[in-house]
Design a protein around this ligand. Structure first.
Ligand code: AMP
Length: 358
């Protein structure tokens, strides 16, 4: 057990790290952030900051020497250099990073555990012959579909929608490994977020109904519609299998499409998730607090709703300029991440509105 007063290391310096640091501070821990961005918004709220590249093994070793446990808020941390942390525990286990960093591995792994992803095929020709592989994948899976980079894609980046075979002609493919997925017809999207403690006990939060706009999460609402609620048990069973197979410790997220034929797995994130931000005010224990509790070997807090419902709205780009209007409604909880430049598509904050009456 890592006792309050000790230092928790967090790899990654964005808003997830910032909110994790708040939760850690409330429990009496110190936080050391490791991130390559000098203007890290997590570093602003921590006690120590190492600004270095994720591949800087000497910096990782010094960071590890200062920490009782290390966790991460960014899933694209390169895995090989992490060996430099030595004996300092790194949780969740980096196996989870390896699995989730590559869409192809992730889908294969989840399929082996009985999950059902969209039909998919690797487009691995890379620079040599990507169009040949893609033509084969499109012939096999059909259109419409989505071509995605296997690695480093997020918030709809690194994705190309293929409506028909005619779209292949104008494509300028990057020299990266890709994956082609059939387009899933869904009536809603939802996520399963669980916390798994060091003793193997698991708690789930209510599944939020997620609405994406331009590939970026717009709103997360609990409780979800009845159509989603009917699919949650099957989705949770899969998420639990994933967590157990990875001997996972911490908060794990799986995203699903709710289809007429049941839940279809989209992707997993080995970390706290944007669709769980509502838990800060809407659940008895937030995803951030339970993540900290889990990686420190403490018992988990209750994940049940604290109110009849909640809706989280992301503030993207210039949306955050509306903060005076948002605050003029006293029922809103405003979270601004302190990012300097509002770029289109950049997550600047979020607002959670609690539903106080059933
Ligand atoms: P991703 O980054 O893979 O989670 O994709 C972002 C969003 O794009 C998802 O939440 C969906 O709204 C949409 N999307 C991604 N893949 C598919 C798919 N195979 N079929 C339908 N919609 C998809």
């Amino acid at each position: 057990m890592i006792a309050p007063g000790e230092t928790i290391g967090i790899l990654g310096g964005g808003q997830l790290g910032r909110m994790m640091a708040f939760a850690a501070a409330r429990l009496g821990y110190r936080v050391h952030i490791f991130a390559p961005e000098a203007d890290s918004i997590a570093a602003e709220v921590c006690s120590r900051f190492t600004c270095a590249d994720y591949t800087d093994e000497a910096a990782l070793a010094r960071f590890a020497a200062d920490c009782a446990v290390i966790t991460y808020e960014f899933e694209n941390v390169p895995v090989a250099p992490l060996a430099a942390v030595g004996a300092t525990p790194l949780l969740p286990h980096p196996r989870a990073l390896e699995t989730a960093q590559d869409r192809l591995n992730e889908k294969r792994f989840v399929s082996e555990l009985g999950g059902r992803p969209a039909p998919f095929m690797a487009v691995d020709g890379g620079a040599a012959n990507p169009m040949g592989d893609l033509a084969r994948a499109v012939a096999e899976i059909g259109t419409p579909g989505i071509l995605k980079t296997r690695r480093d894609g997020y918030d709809g980046k690194g994705q190309w929608r293929i409506k028909s075979e005619a779209d292949l002609a104008g494509l300028d493919l990057p020299p990266q490994a890709l994956i082609y997925e059939g387009f899933v017809t869904f009536f809603a999207e939802f996520s399963v977020i669980l916390a798994r403690a060091a003793d193997g006990s698991v708690q789930f939060w209510d599944s939020a109904e997620n609405v994406h706009v331009n590939g970026i999460l717009d709103t997360s609402t609990v409780p979800a519609s009845a159509g989603i609620a009917a699919q949650v048990p099957q989705a949770r069973a899969l998420a639990q299998k994933v967590a157990e197979a990875l001997d996972y410790v911490g908060v794990l997220t799986l995203e699903f499409f709710a289809t007429e034929d049941g839940p279809v797995f989209n992707e997993m994130a080995p970390r706290v998730h944007n669709s769980g931000h509502w838990t800060i005010e809407g659940a008895i224990t937030s995803q951030f607090e339970n993540h900290i509790r889990a990686v420190c070997g403490l018992p988990l807090g209750l994940t049940t709703l604290a109110v009849p419902g909640a809706r989280m709205l992301n503030l993207i780009g210039d949306d955050a300029h509306d903060w005076p209007k948002i605050l003029s409604d006293p029922a809103n909880h405003l979270h601004l991440y302190g990012k300097a430049a509002a770029r289109p598509g950049r997550k600047m904050g979020h607002v959670t509105r609690l539903k106080l009456e059933a």
